[in-house]
Design a protein around this ligand. Sequence first.
Ligand SMILES: [Zn+2]
Length: 184
Amino acid sequence: MTVGLKCTACGAENPPGSGFCRQCGKAIAPPPDEEPVRVAGAGKISWGWVAAGVGLILLIQIVVNLSVAPLILRKMVLETKDPSPYGALGVLFLIGAAVYFVVGMIVGRFSKGYTVREPAIAAVVAAAINAGLSVASDSGSIAGPSGIVVTLVVFALLAALGYGGGIVGEKLQERAETPRRPGS
Ligand SMILES: [Zn+2]
């Protein structure tokens, strides 16, 4: 079938596969029975953004580990002589949660396309690296096999938060890039 596409805005005939009307420049929707014309690069994952997300998460964590984390441990564990470090661990988890969510949101907002793949992959990779390091160094206060399970659950939660941040970021991007219609 080599039927031209009729512009819905001005009625001009356009060659098959046209994305935009050559007469008035309006976007042309493909006929319903036709596979939509794929935009170049739309189906590709932007690995640069994945790497940027992983790098950003790890960088912020290094900064936190060197600055805020020792302070929290001193104030909440050493000075209070609290035998259980769970309060401090909870605060550190909340900081980690915020980092994953915000980085996921940034990657989702600024990576091309409205898919959540880049922030999702970045969050999973960063969480896997962290979980691996944490288990390997055995730096967690909860040691043993149950400690590994807790570590995995914690980082699975953080990865999920990165994913959630990615969804929010994509929504923000969609809102920012969708042209406003008059009256809406
Ligand atoms: Zn037209």
